[in-house]
Write a protein that binds this ligand. Structure first.
Ligand code: ACO
Length: 322
């Protein structure tokens, strides 16, 4: 069986910045409240007409450049998103077309904020079995398109973006282990009630936007992020002290701080982009990975733990040697 390792990372944030001061003009809130409760100071919002595939393409090209890999060498694209450009075809197939690497499998994965960790797990297994040699794995969302900008409980948290990695077959890890989970009982703590099959309930205002029971999500997120880190480390006979960097889903500074505390992890070993990214859903983990690789914090040979958590609920952890 082959191993799989990340050979390049890329990220892209749309140009438009929405600051907390901007939000003060739109909803009944204060910049202080937002920073204190969430850690978010600004987030990026896609321009009108700018789609998830546009963001994904920019991040993917940067990852390919960093890897020194041409698009024609890519034989698999797995893309995590909850905000595809169309009901179908998938963003992944359109990304494949734009990159000009036709023929290999390309598909989207829907696991909300865990989308990238799910996509990475799938690509890893393709490479393990020899079905793929070089995969492009992307997390991309224009989550602000499903946000009600009059709902102060949600609009303060989210932003748009995309992150990508090139994953390649290798003789040694690379990815050491990857574990996924889900529990559908939590559906209504974090969801968009409207949908293609269930229809748009016209009697229900704002059914096409994210609804969230924030403090309940918060509790499950912290417990789950702690549990999945401990489980994957224990399964590989490792301890928190053996990990150089933890990159959890960038939901909220307080969630990150509480998770670090429960794990006994010094906060400076957790990559935190919440201040400038907000919660970019499936893009959050690969974007943070790309930031820490490019600013030199994550070095080749470092042990890194990625953690996803999102609507469903879904969750997942990837333990790897960078
Ligand atoms: N500005 C000012 N006041 C606000 C705001 C705001 N933007 N939003 C809510 N409030 C008020 C509430 O109305 C409430 O007022 P009340 O006491 O008069 O009723 C008060 O603040 C406290 O509300 P809570 O919801 O209890 O506030 P909390 O401290 O829990 O913070 C928050 C809210 C920031 C949403 C928090 O619960 C949170 O971050 N939860 C996790 C959410 C999350 O990360 N979701 C995504 C994770 S998974 C994924 O990414 C898919």
């Amino acid at each position: 069986m082959n191993y799989a390792r990340i050979v390049g990372t890329g990220g892209y944030l749309p140009e438009k910045v929405v600051s907390n001061a901007d939000l003060e003009q739109m909803i009944d809130t204060t910049a202080e409240w937002i920073v204190e409760r969430t850690g978010v100071e600004e987030r990026r919002v896609a321009a009108p007409g700018e789609t998830t595939c546009d963001l994904a393409e920019r991040a993917a090209r940067r990852a390919l450049d960093a890897a020194g890999v041409g698009p024609d060498a890519i034989d698999l694209i797995v893309l995590g998103t909850t905000t595809p450009d169309h009901v179908f075809p998938s963003v992944a197939t359109q990304l494949q077309h734009r990159l000009g690497c036709h023929g290999g499998p390309a598909f989207d994965v829907q696991a909300v904020c865990t989308g990238f960790v799910y996509a990475l797990d799938i690509a890893y297994r393709f490479i393990r079995t020899g079905a793929s040699r070089k995969a492009l794995v992307v997390g991309a969302d224009t989550f602000t398109r499903i946000i009600d900008w009059t709902d102060r409980g949600t609009c303060i948290l989210f932003g748009d973006g995309a992150g990508a990695v090139v994953l390649e077959a290798a003789q040694e890890p690379g990815i050491i282990d990857s574990r996924l989970g889900a529990d559908g009982r939590y559906k209504e703590l974090l969801w968009v009630p409207a949908g293609v099959s269930s229809g748009y309930d016209k009697t229900r205002e704002n059914a096409a936007f994210v609804e969230m029971r924030g403090s309940e999500v918060f509790k499950v997120a912290v417990t789950t992020l702690k549990d999945i880190a401990e489980q994957i480390l224990a399964a590989n006979r490792m301890r928190v002290a053996d990990v150089n960097w933890v990159i959890p889903h960038q939901a909220n500074r307080r969630i990150l701080a509480a998770t670090a505390k429960r794990l006994g992890l010094p906060e400076e070993r957790m990559v935190d982009c919440v201040r400038t990214h907000g919660n970019t859903s499936a893009a959050s983990v690969p974007l943070a990975l790309d930031v820490a690789v490019r600013d030199g914090r994550i070095q080749r040979g470092d042990t890194v733990l990625l953690e996803g958590f999102g609507g469903g609920f879904t969750w997942g952890a990837t333990l790897l040697k960078y």
